[in-house]
Design a protein around this ligand. Structure first.
Ligand code: PRX
Length: 631
């Protein structure tokens, strides 16, 4: 188990030694785990191909470090408290021993369906314990899991399943979210109409609603585990074998499959969980993220369970039955660590303090924030009304591609500054560069955030397309990993993330490429062309503003907007719906045909009088037209 840093002095000394000899540092961390065979070389890397390998020739199974290891010392300790969507429904407490048994059993189900090491398995499920079990069962037999957030549409699911060439899908009959019950299996049925690679579908029962089961392909979870032979002998995996694929959006239209490998991801998620959160024996940790996103992978499944933590898994939404639900859960389970997103904080803040004041929240020790910059107002509210000025707030900066938290305070150990991610974790070497790639030395500088040295859980490739990984992250600046974020280093060397500098919009902590949403809008039959920009949104951080050119039609603008929204829901899902749609006669383009997004952003922000130079536009008149119709 990773032993966290205990003081600021220790952080400073550890940071210095981790940079002067990274290999020795990470080898000492990796030594804290169970390996079937120890690695022969700690690191081999170059950022040009790119190729990064950690713990070469090391053999292990990550689930032995999560299950078998803790089984020996604390079998009855609760791994997961599961809280149902409806507070009146009985929750579950699952011990490490029970989790071990369930994972081994479900691993047996996967094997009985012929699924083997290296096969891809897509998981599309609500937040029920079977989701964690399915993820770990894949890891137990060496299958590569690809969890797809259960809010994505059938079309988005099909794209991901096909890209991964998955042989199986694990899902549920339905799901509960707030007052709604949603058909999950029917969506999978629709998606799989275009997915020839999938031979097996396993369906866990949640709602009990009637679903269609295709004979020879579809099986009930509950029936299969009765017949299964448990996999007690975990598959021997190489440290560099892929653990999972997680699809994420970038500046191009098609989401890419970020690949993480087993050894480095294991070491880094446990290491960062232990150090950032300073979780101690007996603490109760609650991360509100969905496992469909990277936060759920690293800090709901792997990090906490590797460290033998007890945590909450919550099925529902923060506003059901009312906006006090998170606070209710905190009091009910005496939660000590609470990790959520700024968008949730802002949204709950808007319901007023009376909601919070009904709860004691006195068990809390550490608060966390992730997914987008946290504005100062939300930071202070979180500090005052949730933490009662008694809990450090760890503003954790990281990405799907980084696998784990790279820049963040260590709770109670390193200083806090509202809206700053503050300092890099040991072994993490951030640099800021200007637009020409010149490294900005010293303090009080602002530029594009890059990393100059690999950490163990860095992205290894984008599934099936290594060139794309190279182009996206390693080509903008030679020999650097480029994050896509702008960042400031203040006069004392503390980091403040400013936001994306590429065509990525961060809506409620979820990433979308502008091209991805434009493609979905363009599917509506009357649309000729569209352009998407982000604009500041009080709750979501960024809202989506769509400028759309349509063909001549008898349809009203309202009708067009409705159909455009339907198209986005169909192609991606409700989470990507634009907040504003303006039908425009044209788009501001340069003579070479490039859309001037800078101008569109200004209009979306309501800054109509500071559009800057428009003289290079092909048709400057179009800007006046857009301004007139601005929403
Ligand atoms: O822009 C940064 C923002 O979220 C992006 C990564 O998104 P994703 O891969 O979906 O992962 C989200 C959860 C780790 C980053 O490039 N971001 C994430 N955390 C922060 C943040 N921006 C500011 N402060 C943060 N703490």
């Amino acid at each position: 188990m990773i032993k966290p840093i205990q003081s600021f002095e220790e952080y400073t000394a550890t940071y210095a030694s981790s940079i002067s000899d990274p290999e020795a540092y990470w080898a000492s961390q990796a030594d804290q785990f169970v390996w079937k065979k120890k690695w022969t070389k700690t690191l081999e890397w170059n950022f040009t191909e790119p190729s990064v390998k950690w713990f070469l020739n090391g053999k292990l199974n990550i689930t032995e470090n999560i299950l078998d290891r803790h089984l020996k010392v604390s079998p009855d300790k609760v791994a997961l408290y599961w809280e149902a969507n409806n507070p009146d429904e009985q929750g579950k407490a699952i011990s490490y021993k029970e989790l071990y048994e369930q994972v081994c059993l479900f691993a047996g189900v996967l094997r009985s369906k012929g699924i083997k090491k290296g096969d891809r398995v897509c998981i599309y499920m609500p937040m029920i314990p079977e989701l964690t079990i399915a993820v770990l069962a894949c890891a137990r037999i060496g299958a590569i899991h690809s969890v797809i957030f259960a809010g994505f549409s059938a079309s988005a699911v099909a794209d991901r399943v096909n890209d991964a060439q998955a042989v199986a899908v694990i899902t549920s009959d339905g799901s509960y979210r707030g007052t709604k019950s949603i058909g999950v299996k029917s969506l999978i049925d629709e998606a799989l109409q275009t997915c020839a690679s999938v031979k097996t579908v396993v369906v866990a029962k949640r709602t009990g609603d009637a679903v269609e089961m295709l004979s020879g392909r579809d099986y009930w979870w509950e029936e299969e585990i009765k017949k299964a032979t448990p996999v007690y002998e975990a598959e021997e995996m190489d440290a560099e074998d892929p653990l999972f694929i997680l699809y994420t959006s970038g500046s191009t239209g098609k989401p890419k499959g970020v690949v993480h490998s087993i050894g480095g991801y294991m070491v880094y998620t446990a290491f960062s969980f232990a150090n950032v959160f300073q979780y101690k024996e007996g603490d109760i940790y609650f991360c509100t993220a969905d496992i469909g996103w990277i936060t759920g992978h690293s800090y709901l499944v792997y990090g906490p369970l590797l460290q033998g933590a007890t945590q909450i898994m919550f099925e529902g939404v923060p506003t059901f039955p009312d906006a006090g639900r998170f606070w209710n859960i905190i009091d009910k389970y005496k939660v000590t660590h609470f990790y959520t997103a700024p968008t949730a904080i802002r949204s709950l803040m808007s319901f007023g303090n009376e909601v919070v004041e009904k709860y004691s929240l006195k068990s809390l020790k550490v608060l966390g924030s992730v997914g987008e910059p946290i504005n100062e107002e939300a930071w202070h509210w979180y500090n005052e009304f949730i933490g009662k000025k008694n809990c450090p707030i760890v503003d954790t900066w990281w990405q799907t591609e980084t696998g784990g938290i790279l820049i963040s305070p260590l709770a109670g150990i390193t200083p806090l500054i509202p809206s700053y991610a503050t300092l890099p974790l040991p072994g993490v070497q951030p640099v800021l560069v200007d637009a020409n790639g010149m490294v900005l030395e010293g303090n009080n500088v602002e530029g594009n955030l890059c990393m100059k040295f690999p950490w163990p859980s860095i992205i290894r490739t984008t599934y099936g397309d290594h060139e794309r990984c190279k182009q996206t992250y390693f080509s903008t600046y030679p020999n650097l990993y480029f994050t896509g974020d702008g960042c400031k280093r203040d006069e004392n060397g503390y980091y403040r993330i400013i936001g994306r500098v590429d065509d990525v919009i961060n809506v409620s902590g979820h990433r979308f490429g502008t091209a991805e949403i434009e493609n979905a809008i363009n599917e509506q039959a009357d649309v000729i062309e569209s352009a998407i920009v982000g604009y500041p949104h009080e709750i979501k951080g960024q809202g989506i503003y769509a400028y759309v050119i349509c063909d001549k039609t008898d349809k009203s603008e309202d009708q067009l907007r409705k159909e455009i929204l339907e198209s986005v829901v169909k192609m991606i899902g409700p989470i990507a719906k634009p907040d504003k749609i303006q039908i425009v006669p044209g788009l501001p383009k340069t003579r070479s045909g490039k859309i001037m997004r800078r101008i569109l952003r200004k209009i979306a922000e309501g800054e109509l009088n500071s559009l800057g130079d428009t003289s290079t536009l092909l048709d400057p008149g179009v800007v006046e037209e857009i301004k007139k119709g601005a929403l």
